[in-house]
Design a protein around this ligand. Structure first.
Ligand SMILES: Cc1cc2nc3c(=O)[nH]c(=O)nc-3n(C[C@H](O)[C@H](O)[C@H](O)COP(=O)(O)OP(=O)(O)OC[C@H]3O[C@@H](n4cnc5c(N)ncnc54)[C@H](O)[C@@H]3O)c2cc1C
Length: 410
């Protein structure tokens, strides 16, 4: 039987471990925490069938002016931190140029189009239907220019990629979402996307499925990964574990772990924050308030507000201005209620400068594989990228061309 150690038990790692186990591999999944406790815990929980193009860096003068002057709540930069991020940001800027972005989007869309189909059997086998709604999510517009641009963009996405949506007027938005006190100028309802009421619990459920399928989860330190004979080993609570293959699925921690093995991946670390609120009325689906750059989502723990990106190193102090502005803006749309937790959650979106995750073999180390860097959509893409990687590890042909995702591009 082929053997593998999968490092990292977020959505990507748990899905990878399960995909390999389903192909008959003997798999040990290793994480310092329980499954689904980091980035995959704190996101907005949307399985984004509509996100057929990756999130490009804003490039128009208006967008850049708004970011630099703090008018936009989508992105926050600390000037002192910029030198640390400069290289990755410059590459991100370069790849975001429209014709390059279009090329990247072709590869990215190949994964996104298969994302809900890849989640479906896992939800079913995990008995996690109660955690997932298949009723889409909404983008709410508060000013005419944004609404018009949003309509043009939605129609472009529909006609190019066949992604369904409804345009809803202000009154229709209020009918769809009785918890809203203000429907703005209307909304776009992306009907093909799914949402989780507790993203961490969905990863846990996939993790429990992995264990039932005969996989082993153990707490351990990914940084202890080393060569062991022809294979790999790692220190765990249950002692040293060895396998012929090791797969790095450490989300935003992946690039640091891979440095001693010769890989220099630059990563754009986009931190996000969330807080829950005890709203008297629950939303039916997540709502993105475009004017203020945040999502509010109905979760088991209350209404969850998730922020846009704060470009920050792991050890940079938290900056809550984006969350505070989101909280004020959300209070204009809904009776938000009091905060549930004293301290907001924070986590880091693992974004690659060319917007594509790294999925494939190490070109420096035999038996070392990678599945990380899914940026804004790792919760969506975990199962589908796991299926592609597992096929490659088994020597099978994956369903799409995986060359654009290979590690050698760095
Ligand atoms: C605010 C916010 C909102 C988002 N909204 C969405 C959304 O709606 N839809 C969507 O698709 N995506 C969303 N994302 C992105 C998504 O959450 C991430 O892309 C995804 O969770 C990444 O999953 P992962 O498994 O790669 O990483 P993680 O979930 O971070 O998993 C990595 C694992 O590695 C473990 N680990 C790290 N270092 C070590 C070590 N040294 N030893 C052992 N274990 C270690 C960690 O404990 C962790 O469990 C959002 C992200 C944020 C921050």
């Amino acid at each position: 039987m082929k053997t593998a150690i999968v490092l990292g038990a977020g959505m990507v790692g748990v899905s990878t471990a399960l995909a390999l186990r389903d192909r008959g591999w003997d798999v040990t999944l290793v994480d310092r925490k329980a499954p689904g406790q980091e980035t995959s815990f704190g996101n907005a929980g949307i399985i984004q069938a509509e996100a057929v193009e990756p999130y490009a860096m804003p490039r128009t003068l208006r967008e850049l002016f708004n970011i630099v002057t703090g008018r936009s709540n989508d992105v926050h930069y600390s000037w002192q931190e910029l030198p640390f991020h400069a290289r990755a940001l410059l590459r991100y800027w370069w790849h975001s140029e429209p014709s390059r972005h279009r090329r990247v989007a072709q590869s990215w869309a190949g994964l996104i189009r298969r994302a809900t189909d890849a989640h479906e059997p896992l939800i079913d086998r995990a008995g996690a239907d109660n955690l997932v709604r298949r009723s889409g999510w909404r983008v709410l517009y508060r000013n005419q220019a944004d609404l018009e641009a949003g309509m043009v963009e939605a129609e472009r996405i529909r006609s190019t990629y066949d992604v369904p949506y409804f345009l809803r007027s202000t009154d229709e938005t209020l009918l769809d979402e009785p918890a809203l006190t203000d429907g703005g100028l209307g909304s776009i309802h992306w009907t093909g996307s799914w949402t989780a009421s507790n993203p961490g619990a969905l990863v846990e459920a996939y993790g429990a499925l992995f264990a039932r399928a005969g996989g082993t989860f153990v707490h351990g330190k990914a940084e202890s990964l080393e060569r062991s004979g022809a294979g790999w080993s790692v220190e765990t609570e249950g002692g040293k574990v060895g396998a012929e293959a090791a797969v790095v699925c450490l989300g935003p921690w992946s690039s640091d772990l891979l440095m001693p093995f010769g890989h220099r991946f630059s990563m754009v670390r986009k931190r996000g924050y969330h807080a829950h609120y005890r709203s008297p009325l629950s939303l039916q689906a997540p709502v993105l308030d475009t004017a203020n750059g945040y999502v509010m989502a109905p979760m088991a723990a209350g209404t969850r507000i998730t922020t846009g990106a704060h470009v920050a190193r792991f050890d940079a102090a938290p900056v809550y201005s984006q969350l505070e502005r989101a909280e004020r803006a959300a209070g204009e749309l809904i009776d938000l209620g009091p905060r549930v937790e004293d301290k907001p959650w924070q986590g880091t979106r693992p974004c690659m400068p060319d917007m594509l995750p790294v999925i494939g073999a190490s070109h420096y180390q035999k038996g070392l594989w990678m599945n990380f860097g899914h940026g804004h959509q790792g919760f969506t893409l975990g199962p589908v990228s796991a299926a592609m990687l597992a096929a490659m590890m088994d020597g099978d042909k994956p369903a799409i061309d995986m060359k654009p995702f290979r590690a050698e591009r760095y």
